[in-house]
Design a protein around this ligand. Sequence first.
Ligand code: SF4
Ligand code: SF4
Length: 376
Amino acid sequence: MFFHVILTSECNLQCKYCFGESLEDFDEAFGDDIEVDYNLPKNVSYEIPQLEKFCRQDPDCVLTFYGGEPLLQAEKLRQIMDEVVPKHFMIQTNGLLLDKLEPKYTNRFHTILVSIDGEEALTDYYRGKGTFRKVIDNLKLIRQNGFEGELIARMTVMEQTDIQKQVHWLLDNREFSFSSIHWQLNAGFWGNDYQRRNFEEWTQTSYVPGVRALARFWVDEMQLKGTVLKLYPLLGIAESFLNDEKDCLMRCGGGWINYAIQTDGNIIPCPTMWGMKKYYLGHVATANPLALKKIFVSEKPCVKCQILSICGGRCLYTNITRRWSDEAYSKVCYTVAQLVESVKAEMPRIEELIRNGKIKLGDFDYLKYNGCEIIP
Ligand code: SF4
Ligand code: SF4
């Protein structure tokens, strides 16, 4: 099982799609049936031996440090890494404080997911001036200091993002190129942003054409270089087609294999469901990690969807909270359908390249539920 360990709710950035949106959306409630505890402790309040005992019950326990910004609680993180023995440690971070963690800890991460949205101007536009430079300098430093694990660029994308241009930039720039990239749409998280945004036009004129071009480019790279780049949305979908995977469940793992542990020790289906009392699934002090209740998407809009078996429902949080109207959310589902079609259209070429030995089926393997949601 995978568990996000939420070390703190505090963050040292004020990103447009997170802090900025929360300012515009502050009066939005979730509806009567979802009561949210807004008084959770900012930092971990349970005992680390409780986490150790919990994790020990599952030989495949993977712990991913998460926040807010988890490195604001570096001392707690060190304590956990000293006292708990999971199969892997991972971290999802904004990268600003990576230089403060000693290599003896950094180098033990199986995977580091770092938030970066593309080139400097775009990253700083979304995440604040100077963010890009500090993050890139820190990534160079951790590589110099011996970090050999997977480093995933985690992009949040919305209307200011040209997905094709920015993914190419992350892959190709001379200063620090990533071989693993995941992107996630800022869509369906907030209650009243759809009306003031230009989401539909952007998806039709920029995002979807960009995804199609990236799918073609991705397979061109296989053909030219024999390399299967870890562009996660494309990789995860192609891997499912290649292995004839039927009936995918929520592909981020939220609610069934990838849970989150709140700062107070309560276990929730995914970190974004922070404080939603109705979905508390047990406490780290007493729960069995292998017997947690599973939560699946409710009927609308997914159960009758023709691509549920490959999409998996996209996001449990948005399915439960339904913050965008059905009409608005259908624009998100359009992007999912187009993404799936873009990969499907390339499958004959991919299968031919595997038959010819240019690439191998194993090149599509990845650690599932590693924090990349696959369906953006
Ligand atoms: S495309 Fe939309 S409706 Fe279909 S399964 Fe995915 S999230 Fe649900
Ligand atoms: S995709 Fe949705 S359910 Fe999955 S981790 Fe992200 S917010 Fe949670």
